[in-house]
Design a protein around this ligand. Structure first.
Ligand SMILES: [Zn+2]
Ligand SMILES: [Zn+2]
Length: 261
C-alpha cells in the first residue's frame, strides 16, 4: 500500500478528544504514515505540541502559530509560548498563519501585521510556513514577498486561489496543498489547477475535522479520509494513486525535513 501524508489537520482539537486512538488506528489502516498536527492559537499550539511529544512515534509532527481568525491575540507580537515551541524538534513548521478576508474575524491590518510576525519567526527558526489564505491572495503574496518568505519557504494550505496565485507562490518556493474541496463536484476549476501545477510543488491534506471530501461530506473529517484527496488528484493528473503518493511523500519530506527526530 502507498504511504500517504496528511500535511494539515487539527488532531488536538476537542472534536477528537473522545476517540483519538481509533482515529489514528483508522489512519494507519488507510496507509497514512505522516501527519502534521497544526495549532491555530496559543493554547491549541501547545496542545498540538504535547500530543506529538507524548506519542513520539515518528508519525505525528507539529506546527505552531496563530490563525488569522485569532490574530488579535498576537497583535503586539508572537506569544512567548509559540516562540519557545517553535524551536523544538517536534515542531517542523510555523503556522497556521495568514489572511482570511472571507470571515474577517480580525481586523485586516492586524491580520497583516501578525502574518508578517510569523514570517519573521519562520525565517529566524529556519522552519517553513503553513499559510492559510481565503479571499486575500493579493495581499498574502505581497507580504510573503516583502518579508522575504522565500528564505524559509512553506505551503499554502487548502488552496483556493487562481492558477496565477499558485504559480506566484511556487515562484517564492512555496508548495500548494489540496484538501477535501478538490473532491467536491462543483470544483472542476480547482481540479484543473491541481492537474496543471508542477508535481514537485503539490501536497495533500484533510484540514480535519473540517472540509470532508465528497464521500464523507457532512461528517467529521479525519486523516484516513486523505486517501480520497489523493484519489481525485491522481485521477485529475492521469497518474496512479501510488505514483501520486510517492511524489507527495518526497515533497513533504523535502519541505518539512521530518523523520530526522
Ligand atoms: Zn486554514
Ligand atoms: Zn487548518
Amino acid at each position: 500500500m502507498a504511504k500517504l501524508v496528511d500535511s494539515h489537520c487539527h488532531l488536538a482539537m476537542k472534536e477528537f478528544e473522545e476517540d483519538l486512538p481509533e482515529v489514528l488506528a483508522r489512519s494507519s489502516g488507510a496507509g497514512v504514515e505522516r501527519i502534521l498536527v497544526v495549532g491555530s492559537d496559543e493554547q491549541g499550539s501547545l496542545e498540538a505540541f504535547r500530543l506529538v511529544r507524548n506519542r513520539n512515534d515518528g508519525m505525528l509532527f507539529a506546527a505552531v502559530g496563530i490563525h488569522p481568525h485569532d490574530s488579535a491575540m498576537a497583535s503586539s507580537g508572537i506569544p512567548g509560548t509559540i516562540e519557545e515551541l517553535s524551536v523544538c524538534p517536534e515542531v517542523v513548521a510555523v503556522g497556521e498563519t495568514g489572511l482570511d478576508y472571507f470571515y474577517d474575524h480580525s481586523p485586516r491590518d492586524v491580520q497583516k501585521r501578525v502574518f508578517a510576525f510569523h514570517v519573521g519567526l519562520a525565517r529566524d527558526t529556519g522552519k517553513p510556513l503553513v499559510v492559510h489564505v481565503r479571499d486575500a491572495y493579493g495581499d498574502a503574496l505581497e507580504i510573503l514577498r516583502r518579508e522575504k518568505a522565500s528564505e524559509c519557504g512553506g505551503v499554502i494550505h487548502c488552496f483556493s486561489g487562481s492558477r496565477e496565485d499558485a504559480l506566484a507562490a511556487i515562484d517564492l518556493g512555496f508548495y500548494i496543498s489540496f484538501a477535501g474541496p478538490v473532491t467536491w463536484p462543483k470544483n472542476g476549476s480547482l481540479r484543473e489547477i491541481a492537474a496543471a501545477l508542477p508535481m514537485e510543488s503539490i501536497l495533500c491534506e484533510t484540514d480535519a475535522p473540517f472540509l470532508s471530501p465528497q464521500p464523507k461530506r457532512g461528517r467529521r473529517n479525519e486523516p484516513a479520509h486523505v486517501a480520497w484527496v489523493y484519489e481525485v488528484l491522481a485521477q485529475a493528473r492521469g497518474i496512479s494513486v501510488e505514483k501520486c503518493a510517492r511524489e507527495i511523500w518526497k515533497n513533504s519530506s523535502r519541505l518539512f525535513r521530518w523523520g530526522v527526530l
